[in-house]
Design a protein around this ligand. Structure first.
Ligand code: BGC
Length: 723
């Protein structure tokens, strides 16, 4: 339909019909206008697959036999692949399944920045780095939206903690806002062309983000030109008139008093008595109609989608394989030789745990989920004895959220917690049993970390310490099996300093979907050469991480982002604080030799002293050779480092990366084209990004703390880029 046709459709609607379109008439659905052929708009979480069905007006899972779906990688796991093609493939599967389940908008991806290791929702977000977050979110969104459904990038903005998430007031400098916290959203809008954005619960400078005139109207709509649907988080609107007058389009909540929502009867009244103009309401209707039109919900042929396609399993296996990060591999202990395995001992709760149905709104009823134990047994077959030992006690929980008949939030899968004494005695028993089992094993693998009791929406972790006394168990076991393989599955950083030096191997990854266990086994036995990279620094201890070293987490009514630009590696790198493992770290079973990085600058001549952004182009290229004895993939990370900058800046910042697969002995060129934005900082006075003339170094790195080749470039003039 043309814009004029959509406009005349809007003109034909009664006030009641318009009001029905801008608020939930069910927990995940607005009202249809059947008279005019406008369907209801249906949402689903997001982002690890299509969420199982709930009753329309109660958080009671329907427990259907047909709503099991593909369980995708968490956004953190996806980011650790450093492979935008895989982000596109994952997005494509998610889009197909969203449509296949009859939904219109999937509530993901999440691109908030990992500010603290403790944030309960880190696993739903990509990274501590805005460039990586944007570079992975853009193809993901494109993949989703190919199936005539909309992505919904969340949570706009500054949702970096769950503690008091509903009203904590975030104080952040304008510079950090534009350099750290907004660029991934900007990329999602400007490059990913997302059709949906979700407002966050928290406040920014005293005003709720979901109807923040500066964030929503000024930045998102006016400056970035977003004209899709801006949906509230479920219950993030707090004022009918303020939100009615802002460009937030739909009011969704977690309660069933649908007619009382701010955008239901109260908005109708506000329009009738002129506190919100009909033009403002029409603006919301036009955003919704525009998206419906894009998705072929109003005319034309809409794609049907599907779910649980057999081919999705293969693609998700590849993504899961690339998400596994090898952090340590002394004496080349890994990979293990499958043929030599007669007895394998797997110790630790994450060896056998399934994670899909947990985490809060990201929960999925997975079509299947392969635990590491399952993956190992599938790979080894029947000639090897695989012994499983819990090693330590962990609560059995699945976190299928819902409200009971008294409207209380409950975990439908929770079982009674044991007493401290019962837990202590189980722990003794489990450890003794694990010790006994591992003595005569050909290999021992400890698989610990976190689960969705910790990486979960609605609360932050209390500390970075591994739960269940895992530190003790690992230390005890390493004494008798110094060759024990250690693996951590966690959606956020954990403290490993007590045993890190003693462990000769370490694998690390976030929840990586239905094929995770098989991917793990393939890496372990060398059928897959690991290529994952840390999307977030692993600090040695919590106190080492910037927000915590300043005591600026989680704040009280307000939280002050005192570390400013120095989030994640920008802090560790600039201030010389050694983390456990640096951003971008991740080993391979082969060796890569980096050649010389060469960079050339192309600046268009222009009359005045200041040129516009497109006239600067810097090309960097370097050859990389697989110098080891296995085929494998490598990611070259390109960081930009200003030399003698008159403005205070982080030591270096990621501005590009490229991942390629190299056969043994093969050499390939890794290239990156930089524009003026790549060299810029945000200028608070001028309200734009600025690249100053001067010398810059481009660093080609294997990890943030492993720069292999540097090229200097001279930029002759100043560039400004709109924010
Ligand atoms: C979460 C959102 C989610 C929504 C709907 C909220 O509590 O913050 O991320 O999409 O619920 O389930």
């Amino acid at each position: 339909m043309t814009h004029n046709e959509l406009q005349s459709l809007c003109e034909k609607m009664t006030l009641n019909e318009k009001i029905g379109m801008v608020h939930g008439a069910a927990l995940f659905k607005t009202k249809a206008v059947e008279r005019l052929g406008i369907p209801a708009f249906t949402y689903s979480d997001g982002p690890m697959g299509v969420r199982p069905e709930y009753e329309d007006s109660a958080w009671i899972p329907k427990n259907l036999s047909d709503d099991f779906t593909s369980y995708l990688l968490s956004n953190t796991a996806l980011a650790s692949t450093f492979n935008p093609e895989l982000a596109y493939e994952a997005g494509k599967i998610l889009g197909e399944e969203t449509r296949g389940r009859g939904k219109d908008m999937i509530l993901g991806p999440g691109v908030n920045i990992h500010r603290s290791p403790l944030c309960g929702r880190n696993f739903e977000y990509m990274s501590e780095d805005p460039y990586l977050s944007g570079a992975m979110a853009v193809p993901y969104i494109k993949g989703v939206q190919e199936s005539d459904v909309s992505a919904c990038v969340k949570h706009f903005a500054l949702n970096n903690q769950e503690t008091r998430r509903n009203d904590v007031d975030v104080n952040v400098s304008e510079r950090a806002l534009f350099e750290i916290y907004l660029p991934a959203f900007r990329a999602a809008v400007k490059e990913g062309h997302t059709l949906g954005i979700m407002g966050s619960y928290n406040k920014f400078m005293g005003t709720y983000c979901s109807h923040h005139p500066y964030l929503i109207d000024e930045i998102l709509h006016k400056e970035w030109g977003f004209d899709g649907i801006t949906v509230s988080d479920w219950g993030s609107i707090h004022d009918t008139v303020e939100a009615g007058n802002a460009e937030i389009d739909t009011d969704m909540r977690v309660t069933d008093n649908f007619d009382e929502y701010y955008f239901a009867e109260p908005l109708k009244k506000a329009v009738e008595d002129g506190r919100v103009s009909i033009e403002k309401l029409d603006e919301k209707i036009m955003h919704i109609l525009n998206v419906m039109n894009e998705l072929h919900m109003l005319d034309g042929e809409r794609k049907a989608g599907t779910y649980n396609a057999p081919s999705s399993g293969e693609k998700l296996l590849k993504a899961a394989e690339e998400s596994v990060i090898l952090l340590k591999n002394e004496d080349k202990l890994l990979p293990l030789d499958k043929k030599k395995m007669k007895k394998l001992v797997v110790i630790g709760d994450n060896g056998s745990r399934l994670h899909a149905l947990g985490g809060g709104s990201a929960e999925i009823r997975a079509l299947y989920e392969l635990s590491p134990l399952m993956g190992l047994k599938m790979t080894l077959g029947g000639n090897c004895e695989v012994v499983y030992e819990p090693g330590y006690y962990t609560r059995v929980t699945g976190h299928a959220w819902g409200r009971d008949s008294n409207s209380q939030w409950i975990d439908f899968t929770a079982v009674k917690e044991l007493t401290a004494e019962e837990i202590a005695s189980l722990n003794v028993k489990y450890l003794e049993s694990a010790k006994a089992s591992c003595k005569d094993a050909d290999a021992v693998i400890f698989i610990g970390g976190l689960n969705h009791d910790h990486d979960v929406e609605g609360k932050d972790k209390d500390s970075m310490i591994l739960p269940g006394g895992q530190d003790t168990v690992i230390k005890e076991l390493l004494k008798i099996r110094p060759d024990m393989i250690v693996a951590m599955i966690a959606g956020s950083p954990v403290d490993m300093h007590e045993w890190l030096d003693d462990a000769r191997t370490l694998l690390y990854y976030s929840y990586n979907g239905m094929q995770g266990g098989l991917a793990f086994a393939k890496v372990l036995f060398g059928e897959v050469n690991p290529s994952g990279k840390l999307p977030t620094t692993l600090p040695l201890t919590l106190e080492d991480s910037p927000a915590h070293s300043l005591g600026e987490f989680p704040g009280n009514d307000a939280v002050n982002y005192g570390e400013d630009l120095y989030v994640g590696y920008r802090y560790f790198d600039t201030y010389g604080v050694k983390p456990a493992f640096a951003f971008g770290h991740g080993l391979s079973y082969t060796e890569f030799s980096f050649g010389e990085l060469k960079a050339s600058v192309k600046e268009d001549s222009c009359e005045s002293g200041t040129c516009s952004a497109p006239s600067l182009s810097v090309r960097a290229a370097l050859p990389v050779t697989n110098a080891g004895d296995r085929d494998g993939a490598v990611t070259v990370q390109f960081y930009v480092r200003p030399v003698d900058s008159p403005v205070k800046r982080p030591l270096k910042e990621l501005r590009g990366f490229e991942k390629q697969f190299l056969k043994i002995g093969e050499t390939k060129d890794f290239t990156k084209e930089f524009d003026a934005y790549s060299f810029s900082y945000y200028d608070e006075e001028r309200k734009c990004y600025v690249t100053l003339p001067g010398t810059y170094e481009i660093c080609a790195a294997f990890a943030c703390d492993d720069v292999r080749s540097v090229a200097k470039v001279e930029i002759g003039r100043e560039y400004t880029i709109s924010r």
